[in-house]
Write a protein that binds this ligand. Structure first.
Ligand code: 5GP
Ligand code: 5GP
Ligand code: 5GP
Length: 208
């Protein structure tokens, strides 16, 4: 019996540190709902192939519909805040994430499932809590990448991908954390392929 071809192999669940988005070259704008908490925010849940490539914009007929996620609106504003300018309510960011990435996972998750899965995964990882327990704080100080990696590995169970960017003084700083997730978006898995992160061995954890 011929099985249905898989559309993708796994997800990257990508979290962003707002302090690193905001103090980089492009700077940022707080959403209309106010300054986000000093916590990791969700960037997206991105279908990927184990060969490193990915599909995107898979279904132009599937537009983001805020009515389908109206029950999640408060959680999205809190956990999936937009930092791009000009200041807006986040609808543009969620529309972009759904249309570019979410539509490529529609065989697994409808729109409500997709955003709900992101929210649940963030809660499950609880990265800021793990960092705090390990003495790693967003205090503008320099931390060893291996301490950051090990802390995440201990709570999530698998090694993360980590992406850095540069602040205005060109210091390498913690920007995004990539966790790999199974195709049902319910559990963390070992990454089939790591995203290409650019971090020095010592990185700054900027304040927000
Ligand atoms: P950048 O070039 O800034 O790393 O990524 C630009 C955009 O490309 C991201 O916002 C994301 O939508 C997409 N992208 C980058 N890397 C990956 C990846 O490894 N997997 C997927 N699915 N999308 C990616
Ligand atoms: P990079 O040079 O960082 O691998 O990719 C630069 C840009 O090329 C990404 O931000 C993304 O826009 C695009 N890109 C690279 N690989 C893929 C892929 O497998 N699929 C798609 N759709 N875009 C890709
Ligand atoms: P990606 O294509 O990498 O999934 O998402 C990047 C796009 O989302 C860019 O067009 C960017 O302007 C927009 N965007 C809106 N809010 C944010 C935010 O808070 N962080 C990031 N990284 N991109 C955002």
């Amino acid at each position: 019996v011929q099985s249905v071809a898989e559309d993708f192999d796994f997800f990257y669940f990508v979290l962003q540190w707002p302090g690193a988005y905001c103090d980089s070259r492009h700077s940022c704008c707080y959403p209309k709902t106010g300054k986000p908490a000093a916590d990791f925010g969700i960037h997206g849940l991105w279908p990927n192939y184990k060969t490193g490539g990915w599909p995107q914009n898979c279904n132009p007929d599937s537009q983001f519909d805020d009515l389908r996620v109206s029950d999640l609106m408060n959680d999205l504003q809190r956990e999936w805040p937009t930092l791009s300018c000009p200041s807006n309510d986040g609808m543009k960011f969620w529309t972009h994430e759904w249309e570019k990435h979410g539509t490529c996972a529609e065989s697994e998750l409808d729109q409500l499932d997709y955003f709900e899965a992101g929210l649940k995964l963030k809660q499950k990882a609880n990265l800021l809590h793990a960092f705090t327990n390990a003495g790693i704080k967003p205090d503008d100080k320099i931390y060893e990448m291996k301490d950051i990696e090990n802390t995440i590995k201990e709570v999530v169970g698998f090694a993360p991908g980590i992406e850095c960017n540069k602040d205005s003084s060109h210091n390498s700083q913690l920007y995004q954390i990539y966790l790999c997730v199974d195709t049902s978006a319910s559990k963390f898995i070992n990454c089939p392929v790591m995203p290409h992160g650019r971090c020095d061995s010592r990185v700054q954890f900027p304040k927000f």
